[in-house]
Design a protein around this ligand. Structure first.
Ligand code: NAD
Ligand code: GLY
Length: 363
């Protein structure tokens, strides 16, 4: 098993990565002390993986509860979040309760936000079950729910006490979801590590086939990069924004199509193509790099063209969604662009150029 530390002074924590990381984590005694533990999962992941986790938790905590939420991005909302508070209160859970997020990014983001709010903050542990969650969303403490007017608009920075990336949990993941996770893996190359991008180009088929050795390396390198970035800039006042490469366009796709129609990773896949194309049109990278990244995204099984979200004024609708992005300043959209391979930069861009990119990159 491999361990990576997220260094955030008193909020530091380990990320454990390995094929039997869950079992090993209990032997290692890294779980926080508590009187009760509540597994928050969903109706898809619960039947697959909750029983075995329950068994392990029963050996560690006096009281083990479980809540299965409805599945999907469309349920990353107030009503579903309130079910967590409801169950905690019905079961008279107090401050000495640990929440355990067992699921993908939706369950992880909601459980983290519930932990940040319940009794003004209780500890939580991330047990990510999608590739996307193992390489990105479970690490770094961004927790949130969606609002009809924007993605992840209501939330908190709140760090988990522990992240356990057990690779065996990925064995039940559908191929489409594995590809979606690869979008968040791929992003680390162009923004931070071209050696990793070259490695991905050589191992993308092995990753899609679920090869454990390849997955272990991809999860480990992704978490190393993310842990470093979060350690430097926890609250996204600077560097952390680079992790949103492809997300400004991607969030517009997700929201514009209706949450859950395009997977988050699919939006990021097409969004990265649009962002690197914009970088090229602003003179930051050459056409060969745009093609290289597009090809890797395509080989990962991801869309490389955005959808038409408005038949009358597609570019205008994208721009409207993107102006509401959390990175926007005074209505000006701030894009994460590639400033030469392996280097990211935050910049605004003339609307005319952004329109050209959207017109060129949408189906
Ligand atoms: P998800 O949580 O919806 O999971 C994808 C699907 O796979 C769901 O249907 C889920 O039930 C199912 N699933 C999960 N694990 C499974 C398993 N092991 N076997 C079979 N099925 C399984 O989606 P996701 O892609 O994991 O996460 C996307 C979410 O993460 C978005 O809401 C996005 O905003 C958020 N996100 C957050 C951060 C962050 O830093 N907090 C970063 C990236 C993405
Ligand atoms: N996924 C982007 C971030 O954690 O900042």
């Amino acid at each position: 098993m491999h361990s990576i530390r997220v260094n955030l002074a008193e909020n530091s924590y380990p990320i454990l990565i390995g094929r039997s990381a869950l079992e090993t984590s209990f032997a290692d005694g890294v779980w926080p002390d508590a009187e009760a533990v509540m597994i928050v999962t969903n109706e898809v992941v619960g039947p697959l993986h909750a029983d075995s986790l329950r068994g392990m938790l029963a050996g560690r905590y006096p009281r083990v509860l479980e809540l299965r939420l409805p599945d999907g991005e469309a349920y990353k909302d107030w009503e579903t979040l309130n079910q967590v508070f409801q169950q905690l209160l019905i079961n008279t859970c107090g401050r000495k309760t640990v929440l355990v997020a067992l699921g993908g990014g939706v369950v992880g983001d909601m459980t983290g936000f519930a932990a940040a709010c319940f009794m003004r903050g209780v500890p939580f542990v991330q047990v990510p079950t999608t590739l996307l969650a193992q390489v990105d969303s479970s690490v770094g403490g961004k927790t949130a729910i969606n609002h009809p007017l924007g993605k992840n608009m209501v939330g908190a920075f709140y760090q988990p006490r522990l992240v356990v990336c057990d690779l065996s949990l990925l064995e039940t993941l559908p191929a489409r979801e594995l590809s979606a996770g690869l979008a968040e893996v791929i992003k680390y190359g162009p923004i931070a590590d071209m050696e990793f991008m070259a490695w991905l180009e050589q191992h993308i088929e092995a990753l899609r086939a679920g090869d454990h050795t390849a997955l272990a390396h991809a999860v480990r390198r992704s978490c190393e990069i993310k842990a470093h970035v979060v350690g430097v800039d926890e609250r996204e006042s600077g560097l952390r924004a680079i992790l949103n490469f492809g997300h400004t366009f991607g969030h517009a796709i997700e929201a514009g199509m209706g949450y859950g129609t395009w997977l988050h990773g699919e939006g990021v896949g097409a969004g990265m193509v649009m962002a690197v194309e914009l970088s090229h049109r602003l003179g930051l990278v050459d056409a060969a790099f745009v093609q290289r990244l597009r090809s890797l995204i395509e080989r990962a099984g991801l869309p490389v063209r955005g959808p038409v979200i408005d038949a009358q004024d597609n570019a205008g609708r994208y721009l409207a969604w993107m102006r509401g992005d959390k990175k926007s300043e005074a209505g000006e959209i701030r894009f994460v662009l590639i400033d030469g391979p392996g280097r990211a930069v935050m910049r605004s861009a003339p609307d005319g150029v952004v329109r050209e990119v959207i017109d060129a990159c949408c189906a």
